[in-house]
Write a protein that binds this ligand. Structure first.
Ligand code: ZN
Length: 494
């Protein structure tokens, strides 16, 4: 039996015990929720999108060992480590992540060392050693998907603490499961049913292609020969087809050094690009006017007009023989002489865009190219009520940057009359007469010279007598089997 005091004590304790239980249960619930949050919030998402069971288990084990200490927007993965040192006139500070996967950590450290060594070998005890040099390396790290991480080293070199020398970024990609360093050709996979390469991750952009040791995946801009030596007459070791990807090791301004079929080869500079060009189809609209596709045809083209003196003379000749040609006109002259451009179209000729002010597009910035095109398009729309289908770049110059910025098929030529050079009727004709078969050809002339207008008076009946149908560029393409032309592609003939 308990005495009264004990009973009173135990009674008094009952509510106290109840409160304690509640507190303990509440703490347990909080702990369980916290554990569940950690479990589902950190590990579960990496598991959920993974279909392979074994892989998922392996992956979750791996990820649980990874270091997440420095989670921030730019540093999704890795525990930040740092090395700072001073050697002679050089200072370096390198931040890098420790991931927790031995193979990756070794490689990351190796890359950091390589950058440091390159810096020291260039600047340490250099002739400029009255100066001090600083290397600052920072990093950004991203989890690209369950298995892949991307690391970018940002290297900033400066001189005497304040003078900027350079800023470079180096990006590396690792497979978290295997610890392997991935190359761009592994990052890119074939799309469904097409030969299009599509990045695995939408965030993979251009800088993703700059991979370690300077190897860059480039795409062929056109069919191009891979040669044995940097010599245009050397043996071909292969043909790289347009859009095909190839690894570029190094190169100079004239040649890209590529690896092809386990051989080192050379591709002339300008034929490869880090970006794969997108080609849009531009439909050709051709009015039926009795062209016989089985008979030979040729397209005469006139650049740089309209000119108030010579262009109307050329139009008179074309009208006289009931034939057509293509005029690649300049936007600023179209604004000056809209009636001549309207007459070109009225007699069945094709009008193409030759830019606004005839700048060398290869030397322009993206914005300048777009401005030229915008201004010239506006001029054509104002004069004709519509844009042109075709574009001929001034000087025929259309490098990669131009092709990225101009949404037109690029029409060049394969018969150059050199009329701008000779300014002589007979020389112009002699130049064109060197060709024995014009079928499918595009002849280049300029509508701004009286001598060219003179030559056309002879050239047109001569071509008709030889049995050629004189057609526009769009007609030539159409009757030679193209119902559409692709943007960012050069066409020299059909
Ligand atoms: Zn021109």
């Amino acid at each position: 039996m308990r005495n009264r005091e004990e009973l009173a004590y135990s009674r008094a304790l009952v509510p106290k015990y109840n409160t304690l239980y509640k507190v303990i249960i509440a703490i347990l619930i909080v702990v369980i929720i916290a554990l569940l949050l950690i479990y589902f919030g950190v590990i579960k998402p990496h598991l959920s999108s993974n279909n392979s069971g074994d892989k998922a288990v392996l992956n979750s084990n791996l990820l649980s060992e990874l270091n997440y200490d420095d989670i921030s927007y730019e540093r999704e993965i890795g525990k930040t480590q740092m090395k700072i040192d001073y050697i002679d006139n050089c200072t370096y500070s390198i931040s890098y992540p420790e991931i927790g996967v031995e193979e990756i950590d070794e490689k990351v450290l190796e890359h950091a060392r390589t950058l440091k060594t390159a810096f020291l070998s260039e600047y340490q005890n250099s002739e400029e050693n009255a100066n001090t040099f600083q290397q600052h390396i920072d990093y950004k790290s991203f989890l690209e998907d369950d298995n892949t991480m991307k690391l970018t080293f940002v290297e900033i070199l400066s001189k005497n603490e304040e003078e900027h020398v350079s800023k470079k970024e180096y990006t590396y990609v690792y497979d978290l499961l295997t610890g392997e360093e991935l190359k761009a050709d592994i990052i890119f996979v074939s799309g469904d049913n097409t030969n299009e390469f599509t990045p695995l991750n939408s965030e993979i952009t251009e800088d993703f292609l700059i991979l370690y040791s300077g190897d860059i995946i480039k795409f062929a801009l056109t069919n191009v020969n891979i040669r044995e030596h940097p010599n245009t007459n050397s043996n071909k070791i292969g043909l790289l087809e347009e859009g095909e990807a190839i690894e570029v090791r190094s190169g100079d301004e004239n040649w890209d050094v590529v690896v092809y079929d386990n051989q080192t080869g050379y591709v002339k500079a300008g034929y490869l690009s880090r970006k794969r060009l997108l080609h849009k189809d531009i439909e050709l609209e051709v009015v039926e006017r009795g062209i016989d596709p089985s008979k030979p045809m040729v397209a005469i083209t006139f650049d740089d007009g309209p000119n108030p003196k010579s262009t109307p003379r050329i139009l008179d000749t074309l009208e006289k023989y009931g034939v057509v040609a293509t005029f690649f006109d300049l936007g600023q002259l179209v604004n000056s002489y809209p009636n001549i451009v309207r007459r070109e179209e009225a007699i069945g000729c094709e009008v193409g865009n030759h830019s606004y002010s005839h700048k060398n597009f290869n030397t322009l910035t993206d914005e300048q190219i777009q401005e030229e095109m915008r201004n010239s398009e506006n001029a054509f729309i104002k004069a004709l009520g519509h844009k042109t289908v075709l574009f001929r770049p001034p000087y025929g110059n259309a490098n990669l940057k131009v092709k990225e910025n101009v949404e037109y098929p690029i029409i060049k030529w394969n018969v150059d009359s050199l009329d701008w050079k000779s300014r002589n009727k007979n020389k112009i004709l002699a130049q064109i007469r060197q060709i024995s078969n014009y079928d499918g050809h595009i002849i280049l002339l300029h509508s701004i010279y009286g001598t060219t207008a003179d030559a056309v008076e002879t050239l047109v009946p001569e071509l008709l007598n030889k049995g050629y149908q004189l057609v526009t560029v769009s007609e030539l393409a159409f009757y030679k089997g193209h119902t559409s032309l692709k943007t960012a592609i050069d066409y020299n003939s059909f």
